[in-house]
Design a protein around this ligand. Structure first.
Ligand SMILES: NC(=O)c1ccc[n+]([C@@H]2O[C@H](COP(=O)([O-])OP(=O)(O)OC[C@H]3O[C@@H](n4cnc5c(N)ncnc54)[C@H](OP(=O)(O)O)[C@@H]3O)[C@@H](O)[C@H]2O)c1
Length: 172
């Protein structure tokens, strides 16, 4: 926790910034986040934490936006898609990818398109927070973007065999 002065400054920033990216990730000691299109671990409490953090809103008339890379989206079993009670944004370079069968799901080809949507007059009153949910390139882009606001990192204090890795959060 920061000092009261830092806290006030952050609150002020929160009010001033319209679009803010909150990154949420779970990462093991060797910086792994994924294995075989899945999480490398089975941790029910971590899944529940992710779900609660990305779903909860203060204003119950609003939902949160979750931003996922196309591979992370593909890796979610169909029965869990879209992530429920959230507005799902999927980022892909594929033009005209049709995910219209999924409720509350939008496809974007660039971050600029995502920000444009988030700033749209009709849309900006529908959501509360923007959660950046991975994978690796998505985290990196969001972390380096001017919209980056906070990182919510679950540190899994063990090494796992992984094929997908995040930035080295510990040295940032
Ligand atoms: N531990 C965690 O917190 C966590 C969180 C999320 C995911 N995961 C795991 O991570 C793995 C998936 O992550 P990943 O890193 O392989 O893939 P990813 O980041 O989810 O998806 C990569 C894809 O996203 C699209 N993309 C990325 N940057 C883009 C940009 N700037 N513009 C347009 N499209 C862009 C591209 O899709 P196209 O190829 O379609 O163009 C790219 O191939 C899985 O194992 C998953 O379970 C773990």
């Amino acid at each position: 926790m920061g000092s009261p002065m830092n806290r006030n400054f952050l609150d002020l920033l929160e009010v001033k910034m319209v679009v803010k990216f909150k990154l949420i990730s779970a990462c093991c000691e060797n910086m792994g986040i994924g294995k075989n299109c899945d999480l490398p671990w089975r941790l029910k409490s971590e899944m529940a934490y992710f779900s609660k953090m990305t779903t909860d809103t203060v204003d119950k008339n609003k939902k949160n936006v979750v931003v996922l890379g196309k591979r992370s989206w593909d890796c979610i079993p169909d029965k869990y898609k879209p992530l429920p009670d959230r507005i799902n944004f999927v980022l892909t370079t594929t033009k005209n990818l049709d995910l219209s069968e999924f409720k509350d799901t939008y496809v974007f080809n660039t971050w600029e398109e995502i920000v444009k949507k988030l700033e749209e007059e009709n849309f900006k009153h529908q959501y509360e927070q923007v959660w950046i949910c991975g994978g690796s390139k998505i985290y990196e882009d969001a972390m380096n973007s001017k919209y980056f606001y906070r990182l919510y990192l679950t540190r899994i204090k063990k090494n796992f065999d992984c094929d997908t890795f995040s930035l080295n959060w510990w040295t940032i």
